[in-house]
Ligand binder design. Structure first.
Ligand SMILES: [Zn+2]
Length: 332
């Protein structure tokens, strides 16, 4: 059965909507990457199709419908996600989905279309799905997922009911890692902190020690950025950034480093560190870096993410980002 961790409020809300027969046919699940949006979408698909669901309204996990959906093995469950290289949802993918949507379910009660990372939908792809999202037939459920509703095309957002997912508290991630023997106690402490509310990110760190090593390289650059030339940084990051997904990992590491600096400099919060293993270095940096530089870096990050829609080479983006940060820090 599909497992959803730390999102009971969302599951209860979805159950209530189903009990009251008020579940909209177009939903958008929003929340950080890895907080359980996709697993909750499958959970909901199980719930509305389960042949045994009880009065507490939880899917049974055992009937043929629940099993097929959990294993993504039903002809009535469709998952669409961005192309691996450009990370965009393209018009051809959406057109195919729209033409599929004219068929009634063949084995389940309802067909479910899950569109992952809806914020990566190009304008033309978005336009081609508006009509069906506005009034899907009753045998269909659309579930879109996105990390941030503000980056979804407004025309898409306005046609869906939004369900917000919270960041998962550190202690829940810590307990989950230990319970599933994913990491020892010391690593679980670090991973639950740097996963920053995301069980998916925590799993990636726990399963792939190389990710932790790459993070250390990035944090070392960020906390000593004045010591490195652009050339040295580019050499150090070239192995880390070979795809657009890698670029987003780098982007996230910079965001969390910035978040720690902001917490100290702006909120005077020394308790709630994300990068607990680099706390000393970051506190030292916070005495030198001005608040205006931090905001300038934050803007630079946002601008760089916008460029990812235009097929720019990921290592070029990464080099530019680090060069931009060095420049900001040398100016103020
Ligand atoms: Zn079932």
């Amino acid at each position: 059965m599909v497992e959803v961790v730390g999102q009971n409020e969302v599951l209860n809300l979805l159950s209530t909507l189903v009990i009251k027969d008020k579940l909209p046919n177009s939903l958008i699940f929003t929340g950080l990457k890895g907080v359980g949006k996709f697993s909750s979408a499958l959970w909901l698909a199980c719930l509305i199709n389960c042949t045994n669901s009880d009065l507490n309204l939880r899917p049974c996990g055992k009937c043929s419908h629940c099993k097929k959906i959990s294993n993504l093995n039903s002809v009535d469950i469709h998952v669409i996600e961005p192309d691996e290289i450009t990370l965009n949802l393209k018009i051809d993918q959406i057109r195919e989905l729209v033409s599929e949507s004219s068929f009634a379910p063949s084995e389940l009660k309802k067909r479910v279309f899950i569109i992952k990372n809806a914020e990566r939908m190009t304008d033309e792809a978005g336009n081609s799905i508006l009509k069906i999202l506005e009034e899907p037939p009753n045998y269909l459920l659309f579930i879109l997922t996105a990390s941030d509703s503000s980056s979804v095309l407004p025309t898409i957002l306005s046609r869906c009911s939004e369900i917000k997912f919270r960041d998962i508290p550190k202690n829940i991630i810590f307990d989950w890692l230990l319970k599933n023997k994913m990491a020892n106690e010391e690593d679980s402490k670090l991973i639950s902190s740097i996963a920053f509310g995301s069980i998916g990110v925590a799993t990636e760190y726990a399963k792939d020690p190389k990710k932790l090593e790459k993070r250390i390289i990035l944090l070392d650059i960020l906390t000593n950025i004045e010591k490195y030339s652009s050339f040295e940084i580019s050499a150090k990051t070239s192995d880390i950034c070979s795809s657009l997904s890698d670029f987003f990992v780098i982007n996230k590491a910079i965001s969390l480093w910035l978040r720690d600096l902001m917490a100290i400099s702006v909120c005077k919060n020394f308790q709630d560190f994300v990068n607990i293993d680099f706390a000393e270095q970051i506190i030292k940096q916070s005495n030198i870096i001005s608040i205006s530089s931090l905001f300038a870096i934050s803007e630079l990050l946002k601008d760089t993410v916008k460029k990812t829609f235009f097929n720019v080479n990921p290592s070029f983006l990464s080099d530019n980002l680090f060069r931009g940060i060095s420049l900001i820090l040398s100016k103020y």
